[in-house]
Design a protein around this ligand. Structure first.
Ligand SMILES: Nc1ncnc2c1ncn2[C@@H]1O[C@H](COP(=O)(O)OP(=O)(O)O)[C@@H](O)[C@H]1O
Ligand SMILES: [Mg+2]
Length: 255
């Protein structure tokens, strides 16, 4: 059993209804994330993953409910939360006309990395995502996978305690995908907590300690992947479990 001390992030009936929308995008999500774990927020497109992660990263305000991260309320103590987290956004956020190293330098300054540490942090981040050799090439010349890896390098420059990743492996080659998954596990081994959204269930099963599956903004299952699959009976994996719970095929949905 995990004690409350091990919980680094929790939400309590989080709700978000966008202006003008008839139903909530996030509809009462309650979850807790263990320190030093990889936590998967899973669900098909439109499930409410990005909305949830945006609230946790202080980019969006919830309509109701509460989220606490390292003892800080994400609405009231937004500034304190921002200093402790990193975000790999769903869309690539890099300057194409700058090189990878120039991008990292720019973001290191934005993230207030002390000047004396900037060079070593940039080199360390480049090494982690295996972009050292391409560091002086413009990002616009990079493949999709290289851009995703560079996006990850940016998010860890300031050594965040919790790293949020929103679908970091969408639309990239298998090699880059495997490298990213491997490196996420490595970051966990270094003590970082990772909160990770994906609609690739097999990927989550591979690297997540705990998962929450959401559909239509609501939690439909939560727990350790292996245990969830075992408890469902007759399912071999999380994707089959999703089908049993919802009657919907994930792969029928648009990418
Ligand atoms: N800015 C927005 N304004 C209105 N509706 C939105 C906005 N962003 C997302 N939505 C809607 O909220 C729901 C959840 O979206 P999102 O959180 O992006 O899901 P996911 O990341 O799981 O694909 C979807 O129905 C989507 O159309
Ligand atoms: Mg999304």
């Amino acid at each position: 059993m995990r004690s409350d001390n091990d919980i680094i992030l929790s939400t309590d009936h989080l709700v978000k209804t966008y202006r003008g929308a008839t139903s909530p995008a996030v509809d009462g999500v309650t979850l807790s994330v263990g320190k030093g774990s990889i936590f998967g927020l899973l669900g098909p497109n439109g499930a409410g993953k990005t909305t949830t992660i945006s609230i946790l990263c202080t980019l969006l305000q919830p309509s109701a409910g509460k989220a606490t991260l390292l003892g800080h309320d994400v609405v009231r103590d937004a500034a304190a939360v921002r200093g402790k987290i990193g975000l790999v956004p769903q869309d690539i956020a890099l300057y194409g006309s700058l090189t990878a190293r120039e991008n990292l330098y720019y973001f290191a300054r934005m993230l207030r990395v002390p000047k004396s540490l900037i060079e070593s942090r940039i080199n360390e981040s480049l090494q982690l995502v295996e972009l050292t050799e391409c560091a002086d090439q413009r990002v616009s010349t990079f493949s999709g996978g290289m851009k995703r890896r560079c996006n990850l390098a940016v998010a860890i420059l300031h050594h965040p305690e919790i790293l949020f990743l929103d679908e970091p492996t969408v639309g990239i080659d298998t090699q880059s995908r495997n490298l990213i998954l491997e490196r996420l596990t490595e970051l966990k081994q270094q003590g970082m907590t990772l909160v990770y959204t994906t609609h690739y269930m097999e990927e989550a099963q591979q690297i997540c300690d705990d998962v929450v599956i959401i559909d239509g903004g609501r939690v439909i299952a939560s727990g350790e992947p292996r245990q969830l699959v075992a408890e469902a009976g007759g399912c071999d994996n999380l994707e089959e479990l999703f089908l049993v719970l919802t009657g919907k095929q994930l792969r029928d949905r648009t990418e």
